[in-house]
Design a protein around this ligand. Structure first.
Ligand SMILES: C[S@@+](CC[C@H](N)C(=O)[O-])C[C@H]1O[C@@H](n2cnc3c(N)ncnc32)[C@H](O)[C@@H]1O
Length: 215
């Protein structure tokens, strides 16, 4: 059984570069990215991406249920991404790849064509001066639309009603995305650490699903 010491980045920070290691794709921060085609999977299956995967509970659950899909977990914090990778190893899942990197950089430079995307409980960054840290912004939605198949779906989930409204505003800036629904219940959506936490605290969950229009 693999352990955390089996996943180390094999070069010093000064020599950093993107690297694919045993279904773990490392994207360095502070790097001059170039568009690169990465072979994430051996099998040619529809690709579904989860951004902000945290400890990976949601995506591993979904990947166990849906083996006919190639899943990509995108998480910027190394320790968390490694935790996802360990879960994937434990479950022996060949249909999951973990990306350790920032979501917008991944999408712009390395992402394959995707059939569906999820952004599960992204950090809301409530202060106005921190708004630039929010992943769901027009720039990100534009980048995702560039790698999403026509008719593909993008779902964003949050417990924060103000943030849900801000996300809707960002989507309106990219008319290629059409709102399919905004609901507060989605019984078989799957569980995650933050979803359980917010439900325990009695919060309402907002699920926003958009469809990418044609062309
Ligand atoms: C509030 S946690 C949610 C984790 C998980 N989705 C859940 O529901 O339990 C947000 C996660 O998103 C990651 N994150 C935030 N911004 C990101 C970005 N721009 N790209 C990739 N990961 C990001 C954080 O490191 C953190 O692990």
């Amino acid at each position: 059984m693999k352990s955390a010491k089996d996943l180390v980045i094999p070069f010093a920070w000064e020599e950093r570069r993107p690297i694919l290691l045993d279904r773990f794709f490392y994207i360095p921060a502070c790097y001059d990215h170039q568009v690169e085609k990465v072979c994430f999977f051996k099998e040619d299956l529809p690709v579904v991406v989860e951004y902000c995967s945290g400890n990976g509970q949601w995506i591993v659950q979904r990947a166990l249920q849906e083996k006919g899909v190639n899943w990509i977990a995108v998480e910027k914090k190394f320790e968390r991404a490694r935790k996802i990778w360990l879960r994937v190893q434990r479950e022996n899942l060949s249909n999951v790849c973990v990306v350790c990197g920032e979501g917008l950089s991944f999408t712009r430079f390395y992402a394959p064509l995707m059939a569906e995307g999820f952004v599960n409980f992204p950090d809301p960054w409530p202060k106005r001066r921190h708004a630039g840290h929010r992943i769901v912004c027009a720039e990100f939605l534009e980048a995702v639309s560039g790698v999403m198949l026509a008719g593909g779906l993008l779902t964003c989930v949050t417990d924060d009603p103000v943030f849900a409204g801000q996300m809707r505003d960002e989507f309106t800036k990219c008319p290629v995305w059409r709102l399919q629904f905004h609901v507060n219940e989605w019984p078989d959506y799957g569980r995650s650490f933050f979803k359980d936490l917010w439900l325990e605290k009695g919060k309402t969950i907002h699920y926003l699903r958009y469809e990418r229009g044609g062309a």
